[in-house]
Design a protein around this ligand. Structure first.
Ligand SMILES: [Zn+2]
Length: 316
């Protein structure tokens, strides 16, 4: 190895995935804004303030935003740095897909998955909405990919009966049938779990706790990831959700406590009153569960197997 040579290690295919990611991220920004509002995604990008069309040379991912310093060329209205963040995120995830799965259908599948999940995370953050126009086509795409590249758990199904069950099919179709089954099982586990939690919550609290958007989100996640990684997503998502809930409650509690202690008259009940406010918050708290589930689904897609192998290592 000599230092004179140019860095030959730069993976040109990874760079290509990254650049495609920037372009798709730019398109995703349009989808995030328009799909939940029921608008068409066909016409090009427009300023969210004045509606002026964005010129192609200003629409270059990341650089366009940097060059205009986050302002619209026509009306000078602020353009959120989130647009740049989404583009970079998709670019990185596309490159990671390639680096994880090589130049394969599986890499394309996880590019598509990342695109959909990031879109859903941001619409949920924006409008507390997981649009059907994203989750349902996502579910369909998950099923289509399942017959092109095996979903996690396909080999296990083949060893445990699917091989003989599908023996009437031509040889090359057997694993595809098993993979489709794995995708459907993942979708069933994910969506039924969330649906069950929602039903239980409604029974106990008498209010809607979880929307059907989350159910359909997990339908899609399950179809892409299969049973094992879907269960991991549910576990990590619930943990993250609980932590966020407790965190929000403690923040309110400590803020109220400090404020109540300052107003001298009510020293005696300051703690109780703060606790009551915190409990009230918990009752009203709307959990952005789509964000937790979505981010943990992405994490599981890329690191789930490694985490599980590491965890299983303790028992060997
Ligand atoms: Zn404008």
């Amino acid at each position: 190895m000599s230092a004179i040579y140019l860095p030959a290690e730069i993976d040109l295919i990874a760079v290509t995935f990254f650049i495609f990611g920037l372009a798709f991220g730019s398109f995703l920004n349009v989808c995030i804004y328009r799909l939940p509002r029921g608008m068409s995604i066909i016409p090009g990008s427009a300023c969210p303030h004045c509606g002026a069309g964005i010129k192609p040379y200003d629409n270059v991912p990341v650089f366009g935003w940097l060059m205009l310093r986050g302002r619209c060329r026509s009306c000078k209205g602020r353009i959120s740095p989130r647009y740049m963040l989404v583009e970079l995120l998709i670019a990185i995830l596309f490159a990671v897909s390639y680096l994880s799965f090589g130049l394969s259908v599986e890499a394309i599948k996880f590019c598509v998955f990342s695109f959909l999940i990031v879109g859903l995370i941001f619409t949920d953050a924006d409008l507390k909405l997981l649009p059907d126009t994203m989750t349902l086509p996502g579910f369909g795409l998950g099923l289509i990919f399942s017959v092109l590249t095996p979903v996690a758990g396909t080999a296990w199904l083949m060893r445990h009966g699917a091989e003989s069950c599908f023996s009437w099919l031509p040889f090359d179709f057997r694993w595809r049938a098993a993979s489709l089954l794995a995708a459907l099982l993942g979708a069933a586990v994910g969506s039924l779990f969330i649906w069950g939690i929602g039903a239980l919550y409604k029974l106990v609290r008498g209010v809607e706790g979880m929307g059907f958007g989350d159910v359909k989100l997990m339908l899609m996640v399950g179809a892409f990831l299969g049973v094992k990684l879907t269960v991991l997503t549910l576990m990590l998502g619930s943990m993250l959700g609980s932590l966020a809930g407790v965190g929000a409650m403690l923040t309110v509690w400590s803020k109220r406590l400090r404020r109540n202690l300052k107003s001298s008259a009510m020293h005696g009940s300051a703690g109780q009153r703060a606790w009551a406010s915190a409990q009230l918050l918990l009752r009203r708290y709307e959990m952005p569960f789509g964000i937790f589930l979505g981010s943990m689904a992405l994490f599981s897609a890329y690191f789930g197997d490694r985490i599980m192998n590491w965890y299983m290592g303790f028992y060997q």
